[in-house]
Design a protein around this ligand. Structure first.
Ligand code: KIV
Ligand code: ZN
Length: 562
């Protein structure tokens, strides 16, 4: 047996027996900070160029982000130039604060202060790594040495801010990088030392960002770390608690949600979860998870397809089909029972005008995120009887009677099996038109049948026309019949020429708009001479003729399948 798993140590739990976070709920949006242009960008095979960063920055502003980490200006000339362009080109709205990341190292901090000159609002975000592992294998320093790095950085930042001549509003953020791998008491100690060095107050609080730099534990343990930190931090009101979850275990969203329950006030993350390794926290998912609980996320998610387009173009990354809310397949139901339930939910919404979203299998109204109802149901050989009919009704306006669903569904399933794949809505329409409307013809009416009202008070109708058989003009026969409606009259006309074996079962009719005008669609249900059931569909600008065509199409289908 492979015993390599033994080389991994289980994550140490936090001693917090009276934890409170599990009793809390998320009832308001946190402060959001997008780190797409820094953490997300540094994880791209080809980092964004200036134009792409500007476009992405605009998108983030449009979505409502008020804090945006734009990069690491001391890290490279390109990063520096991008920061300068944003500032000098007046790209930054007055109510948006740009955030710049810097290691707690003197020359980098000085360069960062040069980079932000002239900006209106800036968060200078400095960090050093504090985890047990990094102290041991990377920095080879003890705790005091690590605190010194942070405090020296903080002192220099304070000094540069106090002597800063411009009228930039500068705030501070400190990250004990790899917080989740750090003894939580040590995180408290170093953060408090930084607060003192910066002179943080309630009026001018520091942002303490507690990153799950590498996600090493279950979300409940991260939540314990956050709650423990908050409860033990002296001068708590002089700090804003921020989180920055990564997604190594695939639970970045859950970690963020539980950390919010634990008291975090601010969330750093990226759109669609781009970022180092398995990515950062996906802000779109966390925000929409709140939205679907009736909490205003304070970000605009109303046009996700547009965000996806910009994101994919600028980052060259692809969003997976199953990504919550935006994946191509997330509003698609393949299973027949799901389709049926969605169908019923949609009907229920219409009938009751419910103010609440109550559609099974769809946790959110696709329209709320700029998606459409049409692709909700795709049709494959697993689809139920209602699925294909639902697509026909929603996409093309054909409201087939319920009794017709099994027959149409069988035609669709046959086609799926033939092609060995799912069908798209236009293929369904082709099957429908082929089978029911332009069906091959044994009988046809040459020209138009005429329908006139007869009888004393016009309560009878007469149908007349020329019936052609097997497409042969030599067979043309004038037919005429009277009845209490067009269907009855047409049946009598057919009986006169010997077509008398079909029995009328039922019909339904509705209007359908075709471009600018409206037509009548008739669904005719007949019983065949052998006792089978068959449907035909007629369409015409004239309501009577649409029934007549429906009867004829049903008979033709039956005759040709003999
Ligand atoms: O993941 C991380 O720890 C970071 C810090 C620099 C905040 O990105
Ligand atoms: Zn990060």
């Amino acid at each position: 047996m492979n015993s390599s798993f033994r080389k991994y140590l289980p994550f140490k739990q936090i001693d917090l027996p009276d934890r409170q976070w599990c009793n809390n709920v998320i009832d308001k949006a946190p402060i959001w900070c997008s780190v797409d242009l820094r953490d997300g960008n540094q994880a791209l095979v080809d980092p964004m160029n200036l134009q792409e960063k500007l476009e992405f920055f605009r998108l983030l502003c449009d979505m409502g982000f008020k804090e945006i980490e734009i990069g690491f200006p001391s890290a490279s000339e390109t990063e520096y130039e991008i920061c300068r362009t944003l500032i000098e080109g007046n790209y930054i709205p007055d109510d948006v604060t740009i955030q710049v990341l810097v290691q707690a190292r003197e020359h980098l901090i000085r360069k960062t202060f040069e980079a932000i000159e002239g900006a209106k609002n800036v968060i200078v975000h400095f960090y050093n790594s504090t985890s047990t592992l990094q102290r041991k294998v990377v920095f080879k320093k003890d705790k005091a040495g690590i605190i010194d790095i942070a405090v020296n950085g903080a002192k220099l930042i304070r000094e540069l801010t106090e002597s800063y001549e411009g009228d930039t509003n500068i705030r501070f953020e400190y990250s004990p990088e790899s917080f989740s791998g750090t003894e939580v008491d040590f995180s408290v100690e170093i953060c408090h030392a930084v607060m003192e060095a910066l002179g943080s107050t309630k009026e001018n609080p520091v942002i303490l960002n507690l990153p799950n730099t590498v996600e090493l534990c279950t979300p409940n343990t991260y939540a314990d770390q956050i709650e423990y930190f908050i409860r033990h931090l002296p001068d708590r009101e002089a700090a804003i608690i921020s989180i920055h979850p990564h997604n190594d275990r695939g639970t970045g969203v859950a970690s963020a949600e539980l950390a919010l329950l634990a008291g975090a006030e601010r969330v750093e993350g990226t759109l669609f979860g781009n970022g180092e390794r398995t990515g950062n926290l996906d802000i779109v998912t966390v925000g929409l998870n709140m939205y679907t609980q009736g909490v205003d996320p304070k970000l605009d998610f109303s046009d996700l397809p547009k965000y996806k387009e910009v994101y994919e173009r600028c980052t060259n990354m692809k969003i997976h089909e199953r990504t919550p809310y935006i994946g191509e397949l997330v509003f698609t139901a393949f299973s027949g029972s799901h389709q049926d339930a969605i169908n019923k939910g949609m009907e229920y919404m219409k009938e009751t005008d419910s103010p609440y979203w109550e559609v099974p299998y769809l946790p959110i109204d696709p329209a709320d995120v700029g998606r459409q109802y049409e692709p909700i149901i795709r049709i494959n050989s697993q689809s139920g009887k209602g699925g294909a009919a639902f697509v026909m009704a929603h996409n093309f306006g054909y409201k087939m009677p319920k009794q017709m669903h099994p027959e149409f569904s069988a035609l669709v399933q046959k086609k799926c099996d033939e092609l060995g794949r799912e069908l798209i809505p236009s293929e369904l329409l082709a099957i429908f038109e082929d089978a029911y409307i332009t069906t091959a013809r044994k009988y046809e009416i040459v020209g138009h049948p005429t329908v006139s009202e007869i009888g004393e008070d016009g309560n009878m109708v007469r149908v007349t026309g020329i019936l052609r058989t097997d497409n042969d003009p030599a067979t043309d026969t004038r037919i005429s019949g009277d009845g209490n409606g067009p269907i009855d009259a047409f049946f009598h006309a057919l009986e006169d020429v010997g077509i008398s074996d079909y029995k009328f079962v039922d019909y339904s009719q509705h209007a359908i708009s075709t471009g600018s005008d409206s037509k009548a669609v008739s669904y005719i249900h007949l019983m065949t001479p052998r006792g089978g059931s068959i449907f035909g569909v007629g369409i015409s600008g004239n309501i009577y003729r649409s029934s007549i065509f429906g009867v004829l199409n049903a008979i033709n289908r039956a005759e040709l399948s003999k």
